[in-house]
Design a protein around this ligand. Structure first.
Ligand code: IVH
Length: 694
């Protein structure tokens, strides 16, 4: 029977086309022909054109939306998107198993742990949110805490259900997975670009990442992206990870079929071995195997170490190696003034990318490997890692190869380069060297920082040379008038750039901190610092963002090393680097100058950081003093944090334990005076394992 009522017919067509999409893109088992699909799609489009009130959110005609204006809005992940520890071989996997067994208190007699092995998809991590049955939001991972809202683009990915097949457990559902571009789609895209005489993409992963961040969803839609989902956030009453994967399948999500539930680490190792070759036959790239403890109760018992779960690890396939020719060595000057020799090699395809350059790290490395210009060299690249020259093929030499010397002066400013033994790095000591300044400013304006669209190397170089920009804050004082005078920047482009500078004024606090370029403060530390500040500097009623930002900046500038080491995720070396940054007269006020120039931070929610919620030392404060034979200071502090405790810098009445090594001095005396329990290394180890006995 054919339904004639337009609303019923629209609903029927919508359901039928969504089902056909799922069969085609997820199950790989189409039941209607492409022609039939096109005809029904056309019928629905016409029906919706005649009755616009019938256009439903989950209609298959709504997958491609309008282009976004400006940047993508930020999205906070309610549950952070974590990363995984790595395993590079069978030994690492056995160690992982031992840690899991120890964590679960399992002895040899207790039998093997059940694991789930999954392919590690080399794409872009995303989080998909559903309300009721409807897809409402898709976000990138970003820094794990804050990502970008790319809903419109993800909606175009046919394998992502816009409507769930069955009612989800709970009103809101969050699913995580990896979007990727199949090898076939990537090859087809490059062939098309080649025909059009346009530059080609280097590899599928980066193309996928770029495609998800396209401003125009029509472009994303044209690119044949796909997705595998591998995590259901929140247990929803299930007992195992494998059950949650089954549930994902029933809800309509694509779940990779090459999954194996196994008992014990030997079977895990066998799985990694099987896939090291077999993966080359897949139509998508994998860079390893993810191993997860199957039982959700056990996952919970194991918990997390800093920001990676203890119940999972990522095995990485060995790096692929090829040979090529080392044509030339050139020196680059980085943000810290380090002179880094870079190899220019004959372009070669390895690890999914065409490689032209590879880092040589420093002169000692070049000598140790005895690399000469003109050598045939072995090159390797694994995953996201920078390509590396492994060795020279000595037998291939014909005598024309030349040894290479580090230049005596900075190639950018000509200042005599210095190398302070035993430091392996040669540096340009000139703090005003344009290379250093530009490197720092580019980091500040780049993706991990303020993300000013269109402010790249060429423009920054001119801005620095013309002294329009000396300090990061100067960027926010530029207007179209000042920019218009630059080479190759007409009025229209100058106006556009001025606009993107304006819209970059408001950024998450973590991104601003990351952009400052404080030594040792990368994305994760910046997130930890921001989470700490949001908790420490509680927002007052009616306080503006600008006023809050300023109080947070004051707090950070004045924080002591002890205060900073107490922040979750921050160790001593990092704390000292932060203090040094805010003690140096040149950098002390960088953050405040930014605020004066109108930069405003978005605060993370209080308590947003991934503070420990469990562990034998939960709620306990420990101070470490003197030298311990088995731990460096930062290792001891990390071990305390990993056990859920809180490492502090000084002894006070609230200290629970003092761990005292050799040459413990005033802290030991103070602890004894206050009656704080003092432990030696053995006592400390026992405490880390079992927690306090009372
Ligand atoms: S599980 C806490 N499973 O690898 C668990 N991740 O190094 C987090 N990835 O950020 C992830 N395939 O982007 C998981 N089958 C898989 C995966 C996978 C690829 C990516 C993901 C994650 C990274 C971790």
């Amino acid at each position: 029977m054919t339904t004639t009522e337009p609303s019923a017919r629209a609903a029927e067509l919508s359901a039928m086309l969504n089902e056909a999409n799922h069969r085609y893109h997820v199950l790989d088992a189409p039941t209607i022909s492409d022609r039939e699909y096109d005809l029904r799609f056309k019928e629905l489009t016409e029906l919706e054109a005649a009755h616009p009130e019938l256009v439903a959110d989950d209609s298959p005609t709504q997958r491609v939306g309008a282009p976004v204006e400006g940047g993508f809005p930020s999205v906070r992940h309610d549950v952070p998107m974590l990363s995984l520890g790595n395993a590079f071989g069978a030994d690492d996997l056995r160690e992982f198993d031992s840690r899991v067994r120890r964590g679960l208190g399992r002895g040899a007699a207790d039998g093997p742990v059940t694991y789930v092995c999954e392919l590690k998809i080399d794409g872009l991590a995303i989080s998909l949110r559903y309300e009721g049955r409807l897809f409402v939001r898709g976000a990138t991972r970003g820094d794990g805490t804050t990502g970008e809202d790319v809903t419109a683009n993800l909606r175009t990915v046919r394998a992502i259900p816009v409507r769930l097949h069955t009612d989800p457990p709970g009103e809101r559902l969050e699913v995580r997975g990896e979007v990727f571009m199949p090898r076939g789609a990537f090859a087809a895209l490059n062939e098309q670009l080649e025909r059009e005489g346009k530059p080609l993409y280097a590899n599928a992963r980066n193309t996928a990442a770029g495609t998800v961040r396209q401003k125009d969803p029509a472009v994303t839609a044209s690119r044949r992206m796909s997705v595998w989902t591998y995590q259901l956030v929140g247990a929803h009453g299930l007992e195992t990870h494998s059950e949650s994967l089954e549930l994902l399948g029933r809800l309509g999500f694509p779940v990779n079929p090459h999954i194996r539930r196994v008992d014990g680490i030997d079977a895990v190792i066998a799985f990694t071995e099987e896939w090291s070759e077999a993966r080359k036959d897949l139509d998508y790239e994998t860079d390893g195997i993810v191993i997860k403890v199957d039982s959700l109760a056990e996952q919970q018992e194991l918990g997390f170490v800093s920001r990676a779960p203890r119940w999972a690890t990522a095995y990485k396939f060995p790096a692929e190696q090829v040979t090529t020719k080392l044509e030339e060595i050139e020196v680059y000057v980085g943000r810290t003034g380090a002179l880094t020799p870079v190899a220019h090699v004959t372009p070669v395809f390895v690890g999914g990318t065409t490689v032209r350059n590879a880092t040589l790290h420093n002169i000692d490395e070049i000598r140790r490997k005895d690399l000469r210009v003109g050598d045939t060299v072995v090159l390797q690249r694994a995953g996201d890692v920078i390509p590396e020259v492994v060795s020279a093929v000595v037998d291939a030499r014909d005598g024309s190869e030349a040894e290479w010397q580090m230049p005596a002066t900075c190639p950018v400013c000509g200042t005599e380069a210095v190398r302070e033994e035993p430091d392996v790095v040669t540096r340009c000591p000139n703090p005003y060297c344009p290379a250093q300044r530009i490197g720092g400013l580019l980091r500040f304006a780049g993706r991990g920082g303020m993300d000013v669209d269109g402010l790249g190397y060429k423009i920054m170089l001119q801005l620095v040379e013309r002294e329009l920009v000396r300090d990061p804050a100067d960027v926010f004082r530029l207007d179209a008038g000042a920019l218009e005078g630059l080479e190759r920047l007409g009025r229209r482009s100058a106006e556009k750039l001025a606009e993107s500078i304006q819209s970059a004024r408001r950024r998450p606090l973590a991104r601003i901190l990351n952009g400052l370029g404080i030594r040792h403060v990368g994305e994760q530390t910046a997130v930890d610092l921001a989470a700490w500040l949001a908790t420490e500097i509680a927002r007052q009623d009616g306080e503006t963002d600008a006023a809050w930002t300023r109080r947070a900046a004051d707090k950070l500038r004045d924080a002591s090393v002890d205060e900073l080491t107490a922040v979750f995720g921050i160790g001593r070396v990092v704390a000292e680097a932060i203090e040094r940054f805010f003690a140096d007269e040149h950098t002390r006020d960088t953050l405040h100058r930014l605020l004066d120039a109108g930069v405003i931070a978005e605060a993370p929610a209080p308590g947003a950081g991934l503070a420990p919620t469990e562990g034998p030392l939960l709620g306990k404060t420990l101070v470490v003093t003197g030298t311990l034979p088995g731990f460096s200071r930062s290792e001891a502090e990390e071990a305390i944090r990993a056990a859920g405790g809180h490492p502090a810098g000084s002894v006070s009445a609230s200290t629970d334990f003092l761990v005292a090594g050799d040459k413990a001095g005033s802290k030991l005396a103070k602890a004894e005076k206050l009656g704080v329990v003092v432990l030696d290394e053995d006592g400390f180890r026992a405490l880390l394992e079992r927690g306090p006995s009372t």
